[in-house]
Ligand binder design. Sequence first.
Ligand code: CUA
Length: 337
Amino acid sequence: MRGSTRQRGLWLGAVITATLVLLAGCTSGVDSFDVVTSRGRSVSDLFLWTIIIAAIIFVGIAIAVAYILIRYHDRPGAPAPRPNRHVHRFQIAWISAMVVLFAIFAGFMFHSMNIIGAPAAPSALRVTVIGHQWWWEYQYPDLHVTTANELHVPAGRPLQLTFQTSDVIHSFWVPQFGWKMDALPQRSNEMAFTIDKPGYYQGTCTEFCGAQHAWMRLRVYADTPDQFDAWVKQHQQPAAPPQSELARSGEQVFLANTCISCHTVAGTSANANIGPNLTHFASRETIGTGIVTNNPTNLTQWIRDAGSIKPHVLMPGFPTLSDDQLKALVAWLEGLK
Ligand code: CUA
């Protein structure tokens, strides 16, 4: 008997240690309590207060249960529990208190829903977010800019995000924005908020959408107004002309292969929109929606066999390209700043 109690104690210790180790990983810049939009704070405040009040009730019940267990547990000379004549009154009071508490929380919940569901300010920057298996497309209809996987927005200015999908349901969740939104087939959803402080915010797709759901990451850059204006000016330009003979031949490799069946590079004859727009590909920090850093080595491997980096990716491999063709193609793509 003593041995098994000790064993249970060891197990409990192991579980607590493992939980603490896992929780230690929660400070990775995706903290749902460090919300950077005022609308989102109405959600995180509601969550925090719900947790605090639930914790108080939990502790109260735990103390009551512990008291009853200790006082009435079966032993020689223990007092026998006596029937309580007021038990019905107590039950009614307890249930009434719960109903009132639920009503109060429902009120706060509707209040938060009103705040986050309010329409965007007329001056808001509009961005259409389109979910694809397994990447994000961003269109700025008023700025005539289209990009992929790395969303740039100005901090301090109202934003209006409209969500659509080209295939299955996806869900846009950047924890520090405060709430999330589904991208559904056949309809548009909206999210309106202002990001208070410039920074880099990470998130991920949170609706299971197939093999690479886990690698459908979100990278949001809330730029200062000057940085954002410069980014827009750069992205309104067509692709940079090739700067070397190698890059020039790389462009020809691109245009002569099936790359143009899926991708757009503004300023060339490639204008398909099945895969990400590559006009300013080299300005992005990652390849494959965040799976690897955007550098020539990774890009070479990505073009040769994207599935070796991201299994089931819809981009086919190009094993027939020679090393020279691949080198030229990579040189051109990495020049598309
Ligand atoms: Cu897209 Cu999960």
